[in-house]
Ligand binder design. Structure first.
Ligand SMILES: Nc1ncnc2c1ncn2[C@@H]1O[C@H](COP(=O)(O)OP(=O)(O)O)[C@@H](O)[C@H]1O
Ligand SMILES: C=C(OP(=O)(O)O)C(=O)O
Length: 342
């Protein structure tokens, strides 16, 4: 990200893995016995890494600013950079070919096949990388507002901003729900700072975004674009809803009239206006991207929204503009370093 002021270019910082000594209240991570055992069994070196589970946005801000080159904008949002990948990598997204799901997947250039062994290699690579970090962030949340059709998702990642992103995009459990969360239904291992090995069978680049429906896991290597995680959860719900629950999942935004139950769905590929149109102030927002039309109505899969900020103005899109405040993330935007991130 380059910002130019008076002809002088300024490259905004993107400092990764800076090992600052950190004071951290261990109470906050509150990994109770069963969790410590879970993470040890999952291959995490619990003597080395500090696992921070469902920590507050303020703590994630502190870590992102201290360790990841994040900046706080004048309106309180957290400005972050996703490195060289600033969008999704569809050509590097693969699905494991295995007996439990192979007949329910439309294989081809969108759903690219990967073998189980390669998944295991990349999964191990991701966990090995995460074990080299001082901080590993975990966010446990739900996908799907209808308790009948929702799943429990665990995100394990190395960047505080990725944890904050999923804190925003998933549905947050209450304190009681978190205490009784138990085993997740789906796990994302995000080691996006670390590349895939190009010499591993099937890897065509250093990026790999892969889903294994048998293990109900996703592994991300070689891309830090946070949207991969939210779309990964969507891929899983797009598989589970029709195949396992018999419900219709939709890539659409949705809103509803103030008095009537007249739900409107807006369909379109990424960047075609789903978020913008669903934010109509005369109607109530249900969600901006991922829904399920179930036997009882339309429910959102997500807990937050993801909007494009290009040419965003307070006049044209006031609801989206005013959402840029404490807790929200600005990803890959230009800012003025002299005016405290404006
Ligand atoms: N008439 C319009 N309707 C919707 N979006 C528009 C329109 N004109 C321009 N835009 C812009 O197009 C982009 C649409 O992005 P967004 O709503 O986030 O798409 P999506 O949610 O489908 O990915 C925004 O930057 C928005 O400002
Ligand atoms: C986050 C994204 O979603 P959408 O543009 O569909 O809102 C994306 O395409 O990466």
């Amino acid at each position: 990200m380059v910002y130019t002021s008076g002809g002088t270019p300024y490259v905004t910082p993107h400092i990764l893995h800076k090992h600052y000594a950190q004071s951290y209240d261990t109470e906050q991570s509150s990994l109770i016995g069963q969790h410590v055992e879970y993470f040890s069994q999952a291959g995490f070196d619990m003597d080395r890494v500090q696992i921070k589970r469902n920590v507050s946005p303020a703590l994630l801000y502190e870590d992102a600013v201290r360790n990841e080159g994040a900046v706080i904008s004048s309106s309180g949002a957290l400005i972050n950079f996703s490195g060289k990948k600033t969008g999704r990598s569809p050509k590097d997204k693969r699905i494991v070919y295995e007996e439990t799901s192979k007949d329910d997947i439309w294989w081809g250039s969108v759903n690219i096949k990967m073998d189980e062994h390669t998944f295991e290699i990349n999964r191990e690579r991701a966990i090995d990388y995460l074990n080299t970090r001082d901080n590993v962030y975990v966010f446990d949340g739900y996908a799907g507002w209808d308790p009948k059709y929702r799943i429990k998702v665990r995100v394990i990642c190395a960047r505080a901003y990725h944890a904050l992103f999923m804190h925003n995009m998933l549905i947050r459990p209450t304190e009681e729900e978190l205490a009784e969360f138990g085993e997740p239904d789906f796990i994302i291992y995000n080691a996006g700072q670390f590349p895939a090995n190009r010499f591993t069978k099937g890897m065509s680049s250093t990026t790999s975004v892969e889903i294994n429906f048998k293990r109900m896991e996703m592994v991300i290597l070689g891309t830090e674009y946070a949207g991969e995680m939210k779309k990964g959860v969507f891929s899983v719900m797009h598989y589970l809803q029709p195949v396992k629950f018999g419900q219709l999942s939709l890539h659409s935004s949705a809103n509803v009239g103030m008095d009537k139950n007249d739900v409107t769905l807006f369909f379109g590929l990424s960047g075609t206006g789903k978020t913008t149109l669903s934010a109509d102030p005369r109607r109530q927002l249900i969600g901006d991207d991922e829904h399920v039309w179930s036997d009882e109505g339309v429910f959102n899969i997500e807990g937050g929204c993801y909007a494009k900020t290009i040419n965003l103005s307070a006049e044209k899109e006031p609801e989206i503009f005013s959402a840029i405040r404490f807790g929200s993330i600005l990803e890959n935007v230009v800012y003025n370093p002299y005016l405290a991130g404006t």
